[in-house]
Design a protein around this ligand. Sequence first.
Ligand SMILES: Nc1ncnc2c1ncn2[C@@H]1O[C@H](COP(=O)(O)OP(=O)(O)OP(=O)(O)O)[C@@H](O)[C@H]1O
Ligand SMILES: [Mg+2]
Length: 330
Amino acid sequence: MSLLGIRNLRTHLAVPGGWAKVVDGVDLELAEGETLGVVGESGSGKTMLALSILGLLPEAGSFGAGSSIRFRGEELVGVGKKRLREIRGGEIAMIFQEPMTSLNPVFTVGNQVREAVELHRPLKGAAARHEVIRLLTEVGISSPDVRMRDYPHQFSGGMRQRVMIAMALAGEPSLLIADEPTTALDVSIEAQILKLLKAVQARKEMGLVLISHDLGVVSKVCERVVILYGGRVVESGPTHEVLAAPKHPYTRGLMGSRLSIDDRRKTLRPIPGEVPEATMWPRGCKFHPRCSEVLPRCRKAEPGLLAPDGDDRADREVRCWLFGDEEVPR
Ligand SMILES: Nc1ncnc2c1ncn2[C@@H]1O[C@H](COP(=O)(O)OP(=O)(O)OP(=O)(O)O)[C@@H](O)[C@H]1O
Ligand SMILES: [Mg+2]
């Protein structure tokens, strides 16, 4: 059954001199218990996509006409603030990009997890305390009854991230959105946190959207992946297929520019150029000024999502003229 269905999502921010189209016509589908990776360079719109789902746009933000975000069949675009607050942290939980700023330094870890529990569950007193201990145990914090009295600064980065996961699980969400949950951590701690995320996701049959700039990170956890550039999906498919045979020159560039512990000796080849400001996109394919395989038509028109192998499989798509000119029928 569909957990999250996003259609033609367009998120605009009013900026001096116009509108920044930070999410620009995104379609996504996530079934219950499914894992989806969202990958792209800095500025590709990953966080804005996540904040859009949670209705947490900055004040200058609005949705374009026709945008739709359905969570378990309920339309979230235009839903009231009260309902959004219920959903947020309850049915949909998010781990924000900066864990250090998401924990309050003046309250103990136990207090903060307990607040999350009491906000979304009918538990008080000893029952709430037991739930805090259970959650901290679930995310692998030993001696939780002692550690819950500590403050965030007494925890390591990896431990703080475990606390953030415990807080996200407090409302028993059916969808967890994790925005770069391991970026600030070193590689061995990153592997532990990814393992933990995967384990809780599987145990609770939670939907998981994992956001990362690193395809390798996503491949450890997610069945499917979408690649974002300029607020648009440029490629999507089963993660192992995209990794084994990336189609879009941008996806290939992302793979060439990643340096993992296993291939440190390989040369790092960053994608030339930079992501432009969201108001400054060129005509045609947004990626064409940086693309090594640019064709004349790429400068004129942007392709729709195409079936890369010429078949009609809806689970593998690429937005690139190298793959023909027929749109995938929808
Ligand atoms: N509050 C804001 N006001 C104006 N523009 C913004 C704001 N927040 C983000 N943007 C712009 O929106 C675009 C998408 O930003 P977003 O934060 O979603 O990128 P991201 O993919 O999450 O990047 P990163 O990997 O650095 O976290 C960028 O062009 C960014 O400059
Ligand atoms: Mg971000």
